[in-house]
Design a protein around this ligand. Structure first.
Ligand SMILES: Nc1ncnc2c1ncn2[C@@H]1O[C@H](COP(=O)(O)OP(=O)(O)O)[C@@H](O)[C@H]1O
Ligand SMILES: [Mg+2]
Length: 370
């Protein structure tokens, strides 16, 4: 069975690596010829809107899936009678636009922060008057904190518009959160749902640095899983879906969702009985889902900008090294490391000691296990 993957970044690469033991084959489509995915499977290079290339990707594929959600949906709709897309294109479309995402959360009763669409100065002034301090974000194409401007006072309004103006925008309430979490789960073509334990995430300058899992109280994890299931059922979703939340005073506030495997789930490769990548493939191919049970207490640290010394890291017992095969560039995710320990206390002790080496020069906040 062949799986077509749109986007050949590290997520696609890890998906392929998880699929080979299942006997699957992969084919990527990406704009670039130099990609993490293209190093492990055949790559078609060209535009995501190129119908000829999309047809070649789909030819003979059991299903076409995504490692990146910001793909124009219309050219894909034109192919919908030729090949199955998973996740469904409606979910992809909703997740491409922060405004439709927030409206979806509201409609489904998933608590979220206050927000307003912004087209210009008047909208923004009105939104600030109603909502107070917040964040102005581009509705589309933001990632790793890009396309965002923090608004603390009225004086920030003009610079925020100047920085992001032109594109359709969303203004949302700033949440002084206690911590951030994400929930990852899969729904299969048979309607089976499997949800992973909650992830505790730490971002620095908008980029994920550290994930620890399992995180939070059982009640918090249950609430997050309930919200996730609501979105999964709404779309009759197939594949892995992620929702990111702020946590404040023990309550979940949905930030955004990703219709795909997620950076905060990389720990599942070594830290869970079935990885998010394998479960995504099982889900979209109609196989039974694998257990999401954790194998211990995991920590995942992103390697950003430059890779630290590999030999020293590999000398650390139990440290798993993932190099995405990307060239180093400031702010770029080029790999990650995972540690799995028998207790949360031991995991925290070890990862704290390792952080200065894995994220040199970056002060990574280390909230107490929530
Ligand atoms: N409204 C907000 N209140 C507080 N922090 C925020 C808010 N929006 C974004 N952030 C911070 O910026 C990070 C990245 O923002 P996010 O909306 O998740 O965009 P991205 O698509 O770049 O991940 C969040 O994980 C959080 O740390
Ligand atoms: Mg995010």
């Amino acid at each position: 069975m062949t799986v077509g993957i749109i986007g050949a970044g590290q997520l696609g690469r890890m998906m392929a690596l998880a699929g080979y033991p299942l006997g699957l084959d992969f084919r990527f489509l990406d704009r670039s010829t130099d990609t993490p995915g293209g190093q492990v499977a055949p790559l078609l290079a060209g535009d995501f809107t190129d119908r000829r290339l999309l047809r070649r990707l789909a030819r003979g594929a059991s299903v076409v899936t995504f490692d990146w959600e910001n793909v124009p949906v219309e050219p894909l709709r034109a192919l919908a009678d030729k090949v199955e897309f998973a996740p469904p294109l409606a979910a992809l479309a909703a997740a491409q636009d922060r405004l439709s995402e927030k409206r979806l959360f509201e409609r489904l009763g998933v608590p979220t922060n206050r927000f307003a669409p912004v087209e210009g100065e008047r909208d923004l002034a009105g939104a600030f008057a109603r909502i107070g301090p917040g964040v102005l974000k581009t509705r589309r194409l933001g990632y790793d904190g890009k396309g965002q401007f923090r608004v603390r006072s009225r004086a920030d309004l003009a610079p925020a518009l100047a920085a992001l103006g032109g594109a359709p925008l969303l203004y949302e309430e700033f949440v002084p959160f206690d911590c951030e979490v994400s929930v990852i789960g899969a729904r299969s073509t048979r309607g089976e749902i499997a949800v992973y334990p909650l992830n505790g995430n730490v971002h620095v300058d908008g980029i994920l640095r550290l994930t620890r899992a399992p995180w939070g109280t059982p009640a918090l994890a249950r609430a997050a899983a309930r919200h996730l299931a609501r979105v999964l059922e709404h779309f009759r979703y197939t594949g892995v879906l992620t929702i990111e939340f702020f946590v404040r005073g023990g309550r979940l506030i949905a930030n955004e969702m990703a219709p795909r495997v997620h950076n905060s789930g990389h720990w599942t490769i070594e830290g869970a009985e079935t990885s998010q990548f394998e479960n995504h493939l099982r889900a979209i191919l109609g196989m039974p889902l694998g257990s999401t049970r954790p194998r211990g207490h995991a920590a995942m640290v992103n390697l950003i900008g430059e890779l630290p010394a590999r030999a020293a890291a590999l000398g650390e017992p139990g440290l798993h090294w993932h190099d995405y095969g990307k060239s180093p560039r400031p702010g770029r995710k080029i790999g990650h490391c995972t540690l799995v320990e028998a207790t949360a206390a031991r995991r925290d002790r070890r990862v704290r000691a390792l952080l200065p080496r894995l994220a040199p020069g970056v002060r990574v906040p280390f909230p107490r296990t929530g």
